[in-house]
Design a protein around this ligand. Sequence first.
Ligand code: ACM
Ligand code: ZN
Length: 483
Amino acid sequence: MQLNIIPKPNKAEFFGGEVWIKDLPVRYETNDLHPEEFYCLEIKKDEIVITAKGEKGKYYAHLSLSQLEEAGKAPLMKITDMPAFPYRGFMIDSARHMQTVDEIKRYIEAAARYKMNIFHWHLCDDQGWRIESERHPLLNQKGSWRDCHGFGSKNMQRYGGYYTKDEIRDIVAFCKERFIEVIPEFDLPGHTTAIISTYPELSCRGAQVPVETVGGIFKNILCAGNDEVLKFCYDIIDELCELFPYPFMHIGGDEAPKARWCNCEKCQQRIKDEGLENEEQLQGWFANKIIAYLKEKGYTALAWNESLNSGIIDGDTVICDWMDRGNKCVPYANGGGKIIIEDFYHYYLDYVYGMTPLKKTYSYNPYLDGLTEQGKKNVLGVETPIWTEYIEDFDRMSYMCFPRLIAVAERGWTEPDKADYNSFKVRVKNQKDFLASLGITLCHESEWDPNALIRVKESVGRLIKSITPASIMATVFPNVDEK
Ligand code: ACM
Ligand code: ZN
């Protein structure tokens, strides 16, 4: 029998017959033996019984119950359910384009309904610094602003802003009520033009650069040979720790071209002093300094998969596989390291449906090929990012993310062998009214899985949009340091 619940519960037993559930009394039972996220939901003729260890399990039971209530009647049954993965994340890029606090809350509200439990907040990048800093207020005066609104668009309005500490605390509290932990990302050492535009002395060349106004990969990165850079990073981390009470912090590590480091006396001196083999290891060394600082404060670092390139990254780091396709991440997990799956080709929601159809997203199995039984246990879960270079407003963001975010949520909760795309498609259509109540437009069914012609057209269009001279140079010649 098909239940109108997303994510699909892992076990449901039916006893025949139906009941109107709206006015049935709910009784709670506590069972300490179950994991925190486990719940049992029994629909009986005269009552509903929810069994859980504590508040989290109860919350998930009510999320399932509220979806059943929308249909009015429910079968007499017993749902016994807990997630396949402990980490079920969504990422919002608020650096390239910001969302209002209200929009972020509406997005969170939707993700919460599908039992997602991690909000990874990408708060700083080449195109803007979005965190209020009391220790470095200049970041907000300079690094939070750029000279153009849209990337490559004709809107040349100055664009920017940042979230105040009170706004950040408000969002963290909103998440807490929904059992969602918030992980901030402080992307290092690349994607740091907003910092360097404010403090040029933290880059290798010390040259003044503007906050970027186009997307891409940029060669001006933080100087890893300068102790002042580490001091600056520790300062920011101190401020982040005050705002984000959960034990994880994302330290980026993606797309850091080494051109500047190759030609920087300080970076080269650091390589010598620390007995490192090359610039890749310098990135590993730099990351490990940050990771050690976080550890002192009780935090575990998350980092993008490029962080494995050095071969020396601290093995407690949780690696987010976005572009590795399991190459280094699978051996890392098999060897005991924790990983999160957020594959570019399946889970990146800023790419059009023509490139990433709903079925492709839904069908991706987070248990990558090559994982041993032990390795599978080290897959903490899944995450789906929305990068916002080309997502300028909440309507576009909603259309791109829904229903694909819901597909990732289901794959994070429902055991792989119970995933069922056809059933998912039926259930997801029923989400339209709920999402509309949050001002979220569900992408129309006719666009979920486009035909081959549309796929080619949309894919080419999207790729052309994101190719810039800077990204070509940085991608094709990452180590060429043009004068
Ligand atoms: C990434 O998309 N650069 C992590
Ligand atoms: Zn340097």
